[in-house]
Every structure is written in C-alpha cells, then in structure tokens.
Design a protein around this ligand. Structure first.
Ligand code: CAA
Length: 277
C-alpha cells in the first residue's frame, strides 16, 4: 500500500495514514487502502487497534479538496458514501479502535476520529469541521456523529461557524479523553515529543484493553454502539443477550475462576491469559 502502513505490536495493531506531504488528506486511494488495512486485521490475534497519522503536524487534514473540487452532484454523493462506508466499518469493527490524534483533525479528519471508539490527542491537535467555508456540508458523518458526541448546540456552533478548536477545548467538551504534551528537561529542551508521548499512551491503553477478556470486550463495544441507537427498553435487551453470550466461554471461566481462587489464597493472584474462546 502506498499511503497506509500497518504495524503489529503483540496483540495491538497500529494503522498509520501516511500521506504526509498532503497532511494525510483522504483521497479515494487512501480511503481504499484504509479499507484494505482494516479487512486484513485478524480480530482473533489482534485485540485493539490504534489509528494515527504520519508525522507530528497532522492526523488527517480532511478529505482531499483537490479531488473533490471537480465532482458532480452524483459523484459528490458517491464520495460521501465511500467515506461513510469506511467509517461505519471502523465504528462497527469487532475490536476497539483508538484514534491517536497528532495535530490537525479537520473535516474528514475529525470525522474519522469520531468513528473510532476513543480519541486521545497531542497538545498541538486542532479539531474542526470547516466544510461550510468550502461550500459543502461535512460529508463523512460529521453532521451526525459530532451532534451525538458533544452537545447538539456545540456541534452546530462548530459546523456553522467553521471554527476550529484546540486540544484543550476538545478535551473540555468531551471530544477527546486526554491531551499529551512533550516532555521537557530543566533546560527547556524537548526530550520526548508530544507525538511520542501520545503514541506511548495509546499503546499503553491498547495493551490494557488487549489484556482483558476479548469476547467480553467485543460484546461491550457492540452493546454500547447498538444500545445507543435504540430506546432503553430495547437497549437493555441488547445488553442481556451479549451478557449471556459471555457465559460458558473459557474466558468467563478463567476470569471468574481466577477471582475465586484469589479469595481462597491471595498468593494465587495471577494475570489471566485470556484465550478468546
Ligand atoms: N486536501 C488536499 N490537500 C491538502 C488538504 C486537504 N484537505 N489539507 C492540506 N493539504 C495539502 C496542501 O494543499 C499542501 O499541499 P502542497 O504542499 O502541495 O501545496 C500541503 O497539504 C500542506 O498544507 P498547507 O501548506 O496548507 O499547510 P499549512 O500548515 O499552511 O496549513 C491547514 C495547514 C490549516 C491544515 C491547511 O492545509 C488547511 O486548511 N487544509 C484544509 C483543511 C480543510 O478544510 N479540511 C476539510 C476538507 S473538506 C472535508 O473533509 C469534507 C468531508 O467532510 C468529507
């Protein structure tokens, strides 16, 4: 693949959008390659994914404006569908996906981060939906996910004004869970960049998720996502089914067995090696 790389670190997979010269903007080829990268992930061997952008400056600076500039109405709609199909694939991917947002997350960049389960960012991150300034609406889910993720009023303000927000404001409104800065020594020299601290935190979080019972983690993702789409009466039934689905698995026996063993004899505490069964 030309614009997407994949790295496996134990049970964690790292997908990097690598089109740095165009600030990792999403053209059709990048969208296709991202789809292929997700399709190639083995969700049994890999228990959590991290999605990031190459370089320190930009996660994704949006959909490719050059490519969009000559589209007809029908082509524009088809391009929107191409992005939406990919982002739904990410959102409903069986294992969790963490967006490690390093710099600009504008337009399609903000939108792809919102299709991930969790967003964390470096302190130079900038989020926004600047599309109305380009004469279009957000087209890869921004009008829908932003309004669901932050308050509808705040989403409307961001979208109607096309004003980008910095990392601290994204944190304040709940768009990201954490913001990472560079490590600086006493003389004021940067010893670890914000991007490196961000990636270390993303990998630590992903490894923490990967260590949990995998069937249970997957069922949690499904229960949360599908439950948010329906009323509470239907939502709790979704949870009941996915809760029941965990029983009689080896992971449930190992997880509960470990707890009960600990109660008898605290020296028996051990890390459970969940087997995905
Ligand atoms: N599409 C295509 N190319 C892009 C791009 C984009 N979205 N964003 C940046 N680039 C390219 C620039 O054209 C430039 O290429 P050249 O060197 O060949 O000229 C290169 O990346 C570097 O960009 P800048 O020189 O502009 O860098 P900067 O530091 O001065 O500015 C920026 C950075 C503020 C992010 C600016 O590039 C920018 O505003 N980009 C566009 C952001 C945007 O509007 N995104 C939304 C796109 S619409 C969308 O996403 C629709 C949707 O919902 C599906």
């Amino acid at each position: 693949m030309e614009f997407v790389t994949y790295e496996q670190k134990d049970k964690v997979g790292i997908i990097t959008i690598n089109r740095e010269k165009a600030l990792n903007a999403l053209n059709s080829q990048v969208l296709d390659e991202l789809g292929e990268a997700f399709d190639a992930v083995d969700p049994d061997a890999t228990r959590c994914l991290i999605l990031t952008g190459a370089g320190e400056k930009s996660f994704v600076a949006g959909a490719d404006i050059g490519e969009m500039s000559t589209l007809s109405k029908a082509e524009g709609e088809a391009f929107g569908k191409k992005g939406n199909d990919l982002f739904r694939k990410i959102e409903t991917f069986p294992i969790p996906v963490i967006a490690a947002v390093n710099g600009f997350a504008l337009g399609g960049g903000c939108e792809i981060s919102m299709s991930c389960d969790i967003r964390i960012c470096s302190d130079n991150a900038m989020f926004g939906q600047p599309e109305v300034g380009l004469g279009i609406t957000p087209g890869f889910g921004g009008t829908q996910r932003l309004a669901r993720m932050v308050s509808p009023g705040y989403a409307k303000q961001m979208i109607y004004t096309a004003r980008n927000i910095k990392a601290d404001e994204a944190y304040r409104i709940g768009l990201v869970n954490a913001v990472y800065s560079a490590t600086v020594d006493e003389a004021g020299n940067v010893t670890v960049s914000a991007k490196d601290n961000l990636m270390a935190a993303a990998e630590k979080m992903a490894a923490g998720i990967a260590a949990q019972a995998p069937i249970a983690v997957r069922n949690c993702k499904k229960a949360i996502n599908e439950g948010l789409e329906v009323n509470m009466d239907e939502a709790v039934v979704i949870e009941e089914k996915l809760f029941g689905d965990c029983f009689e698995t080896e992971d449930q026996r190992a997880g509960m067995g470990n707890f009960l063993k600990k109660k008898d004899d605290p020296t028996k505490v051990k890390v459970v090696d969940f087997q995905n069964r």
